[in-house]
Design a protein around this ligand. Structure first.
Ligand code: LLP
Length: 431
C-alpha cells in the first residue's frame, strides 16, 4: 500500500530514496522550512491535468473556464492563466482574483445563484464573457443594472435538467429539488422573457448537475436534454451559440487508481451529443484540474491508545480540510518516509486536534507505526481544501506552497496568531 504502485497518471508526487517528493523537492525538506500543517501544490500536476483535458477536447470547438472555487490561490490561477485557461467565478472576490492574475473580463464566466447588484456592476464595468443566470428575478435585475450602465449583458440561462448526478447528496445540483437553475420545464418561457429585454443578449445555455461525478451516464442524460432544448430554442428564434456544460468531472481519491472518467471518453460523449450542432462547448472544471495537484502535509502529534480504537492525532484538523467531516470524504494518507517497518502496520483512526468527533479524517486505516513528529501526506487535497478552511478553534489558516521543478515558494503565508486574534475588537463600552 505504501511505496509501491504509485499512480503513474501523476508522477509529480513520487518517492525517491524512500522520501516523498513534490516534483524535485523532498517533503522532509519542505517541512523543515515550513511548519506543518501546510498545503503544497505541484505546478506540473496542474499543467498536466489542464493539458490532458484540453487536448482530449481538441476535436471540439471548446473553451475551458477553470472553476476558481476549487482552489483560488493567485499562484494556482496564474499557472492556469499562463496555459490560456479562462475562469469560472461565483463572487466578486473570485472575479477580482481572476482579473489580478491577468485574465481579461472576456475570459471570465460569472456563475452562482445569488449574484448581488454590486457584483453585476463590477463584471459589467470591467468586462465579462457571460453571466450564467439562474432565476427570473436575477435576469430582471441584470437587465436593469445593464440599462443603467448603458451596457448589454451577455447571458446564458442555467437550466436545471432534473437529473440525478449520482454523487454525494450535498454536491448534487441538477435535481428539481435543488436550488440551482431554472427548471427545464420553464426554460422556454424564461428565454422568451429574457429575449424581450433591451439590455440582455442571449448567448447560450448552461447546465451543471453536480460535482465528483464518477460515471458518464448522468452527464449523458443531462446533455441529451440540453441538446433537445437547444433545438427547440433555436426554432423559436433564440441565438444559442454556446453550451456551458459546467464542471463535475470526478477524480480518484486513491493514488494508485486512475480517474473514474477518462477525458477522452468524456470528449467522445460530448462529440456524440453536440457534434454537428454548430455550438461552442464551454467547460468549467475545478476538481479535475486542482484535486490531485495538491497534498496536505501534517505531522503526528500523539498516538493514543483507546479501548475500541487507536487514535493517530495529527496537527491538521477539520478546519484545515473540511471534506471528511462535511461529505464523509476519504482522502488517502501516506507516510512521507517509507520504511521497512511498513509491513507491520497498525489500524488507527486518524483524527485532528479539534474538539469535535467529526474531526475524523479516516477510520480503521492501516498505517505503519508512527511516532510524534512523523510526517504524513494527505492526498488529493488540492481542490476544496484550503479554500474551505476556517479558523475554528482559533487556528490560523495554514500556509500554501507551490513547487515547480526544484523551486518552491510560499504562496500564502501563515498569519501570525496575533493577526488572527487582533481582528476582533472589544467595544469601548466593555473596556
Ligand atoms: N461550475 C459550477 C457552476 C459549480 O457550482 C461547480 C462546483 C463547478 C463548476 C466545478 O465543479 P468541479 O469540476 O470541481 O466538480 N466542496 C465540494 C464540491 C462543491 C462543488 C461546488 N460547485 C467538495 O469538496 O466535494
Amino acid at each position: 500500500m505504501l511505496k509501491t504502485n504509485l499512480k503513474k497518471e501523476n508522477n509529480h508526487f513520487d518517492f525517491r530514496n524512500g522520501i516523498l517528493h513534490v516534483e524535485e523537492l523532498s517533503v522532509v525538506d519542505l517541512a523543515k522550512a515550513t511548519k506543518t500543517p501546510f498545503y503544497v501544490y505541484s505546478a506540473g500536476a496542474l499543467e498536466d491535468s489542464y493539458n490532458a483535458l484540453s487536448s482530449s477536447l481538441k476535436g471540439l470547438n471548446h473553451s475551458i473556464y477553470y472553476s476558481v472555487k476549487s482552489n483560488s490561490n493567485l499562484a494556482v490561477l496564474r499557472v492556469l492563466t499562463l496555459l490560456g485557461s479562462g475562469m469560472d467565478v461565483v463572487s466578486g472576490g473570485e472575479y477580482l482574483r481572476a482579473r489580478k492574475v491577468g485574465v481579461a473580463g472576456e475570459k471570465i464566466v460569472f456563475s452562482g445563484v445569488g449574484k448581488t447588484s454590486e457584483e453585476m456592476v463590477l463584471a459589467l464595468t470591467q468586462g465579462i464573457r457571460q453571466f450564467n443566470v439562474e432565476s427570473v428575478p436575477e435576469i430582471l435585475q441584470l437587465n436593469s443594472i445593464a440599462a443603467r450602465l448603458g451596457k448589454i449583458a451577455p447571458v446564458s440561462i442555467r437550466v436545471n435538467p432534473d437529473v440525478n448526478a449520482r454523487t454525494h447528496e450535498k454536491i448534487m445540483t441538477g435535481k428539481s429539488e435543488n436550488k440551482f437553475g431554472i427548471p427545464i420545464t420553464q426554460a422556454e418561457e424564461a428565454y422568451k422573457m429574457a429575449g424581450d429585454l433591451s439590455n440582455i443578449s442571449i448567448v447560450g445555455i448552461d447546465v451543471h448537475i453536480g460535482s465528483q461525478i464518477t460515471d458518464l451516464t448522468p452527464f449523458k442524460k443531462a446533455f441529451q436534454k440540453i441538446r433537445e432544448l437547444v433545438g427547440l430554442l433555436r426554432n423559436l428564434g433564440h441565438r444559442i451559440r454556446r453550451v456551458d456544460i459546467g464542471g463535475g468531472l470526478g477524480i480518484s481519491y486513491l493514488k494508485n487508481r486512475k480517474n473514474p472518467i477518462s477525458p477522452n471518453d468524456f470528449s467522445n460523449m460530448l462529440a456524440s451529443i453536440f457534434g454537428g450542432m454548430d455550438l461552442e462547448i464551454q467547460i468549467e472544471p475545478g476538481r479535475y484540474i486542482s484535486g490531485n495537484s495538491g497534498l496536505l502535509i501534517t505531522s503526528v502529534i500523539y498516538m493514543k491508545e483507546g479501548t475500541d480504537h487507536n487514535f493517530l492525532i495529527i496537527d491538521a484538523g477539520m478546519n484545515d480540510l473540511m471534506r471528511p467531516a462535511l461529505y464523509d470524504a476519504s482522502h488517502e494518507f501516506i507516510p512521507v518516509l517509507s520504511s521497512s517497518e511498513s509491513e507491520f502496520g497498525m489500524e488507527v483512526n486518524v483524527v485532528g486536534p479539534i474538539c469535535e468527533s467529526s474531526d475524523t479524517f479516516s477510520r480503521k486505516t492501516v498505517l505503519p507505526k508512527l511516532l510524534a513528529g512523523d510526517l504524513l501526506a494527505i492526498y488529493s487535497a488540492g481542490a476544496y481544501g484550503a479554500v474551505m478552511a476556517s479558523e475554528y478553534n482559533t487556528r490560523p489558516l495554514i500556509p500554501e506552497l507551490l513547487v515547480k521543478g526544484n523551486r518552491s515558494s510560499i504562496i500564502r503565508a501563515r498569519p501570525n496568531i496575533f493577526e488572527t486574534i487582533n481582528r476582533d475588537q472589544i467595544p469601548y463600552w466593555l473596556r
